[in-house]
Write a protein that binds this ligand. Structure first.
Ligand SMILES: [Zn+2]
Length: 283
């Protein structure tokens, strides 16, 4: 039996409200990071007062509770562990996993924007009451910087019809052993999303595609992407893996797929939805 795909797990929950003025309180949800990793007690967030942090950054409210993010002061105390945010999928409940992604992006934004890129002065936190959201500003030259979101396209390429359908899947050097996935890459300056789809596929596997169709989007806070998911149909060319980027790429029969990424990924959802359209039962 297949597990339901759940790309929504990386989103902020629907009833989360941005509010940059919330205060710490005993029942607040606090995401505390150390060295870019989330501090957990067992499988839960630390409780109020359990950890000493640098000043907290407000994120908003969720189910009537304040949500804040902060950086741990000092060493990780006994009884607590550090975890990559991505590895907390299935450990934290989905709503908290989504908020952890937001918290991680905001804490990383502040950590990596200490100085002005134009004049090298120290940046300050922007005024949360100013109506401009989260940003940092330069007191010297006035430059404002905002948390970035990097658009990336992810594409399921297919050929053939019905039960003879095949998917072009590939694996890179960083993929888990044996796992094949859809192709993906960042959008470059001046590109449309369709340009990016065609360029990435040509670069990575050397084939031409057409009939590019947008399917859905997924926040991917590892560290700050927005995945834009497409399907495309094979047009021409022989598979030629890009050295250094692609270890192997193959056409796989839709009825006989290799190991594919886990259920909270865009790649998995693209494949599952395509299989659903074909009314095939494969796993
Ligand atoms: Zn400046």
């Amino acid at each position: 039996m297949s597990i339901a795909t759940n790309t929504g797990a990386t989103e902020r929950p629907g009833d989360f409200l941005d509010d940059l003025s919330v205060q710490d309180s005993p029942d607040a949800l606090k995401f505390v990071f150390s060295g870019g990793k989330l501090v957990l007690r067992g499988q839960a967030l630390p409780k109020s007062g359990e950890l000493k942090t640098r000043p907290l950054t407000p994120l908003g409210t969720y189910q009537g509770k304040s949500v804040l993010v902060g950086v741990l002061e000092g060493e990780v105390p006994e009884g607590f562990t550090l975890s990559n945010v991505r590895a907390t999928y299935g450990v934290l409940p989905d709503d908290l996993f989504g908020l952890a992604g937001l918290a991680h992006q905001i804490v990383e934004f502040h950590r990596t924007h200490r100085c002005c890129g134009a004049c090298a002065s120290e940046l300050q936190k922007g005024d949360p009451q100013g109506g401009r959201g989260r940003y940092r500003k330069c007191p010297n030259c006035g430059l404002s910087v905002y948390p970035r979101v990097a658009p990336a396209v992810i594409v399921l390429i297919s050929r053939g019809e019905g039960p003879d359908t095949e998917f072009l899947l590939a694996r890179g050097p960083r993929q888990a052993p044996g796992v094949y996935t859809t192709l993906a890459g960042f959008v470059e300056p001046s590109e449309t999303l369709e340009n990016a789809v065609q360029r990435e596929i040509l670069e990575e596997v050397g084939v031409q595609v057409g009939n590019i169709r947008y399917q859905f989007s997924q926040p991917w806070p590892f560290p700050h992407s927005l995945m834009l998911a497409f399907t495309a149909r094979y047009d021409s060319g022989e598979i030629t893996p890009q050295p250094g980027e692609i270890e192997d790429a193959q056409w796989f029969p839709a009825l006989k797929l290799p190991s594919i990424p886990p259920p909270f990924t865009s790649s998995r959802r693209l494949i599952d939805e395509a299989l659903g359209t074909l009314s095939l039962t494969t796993r």
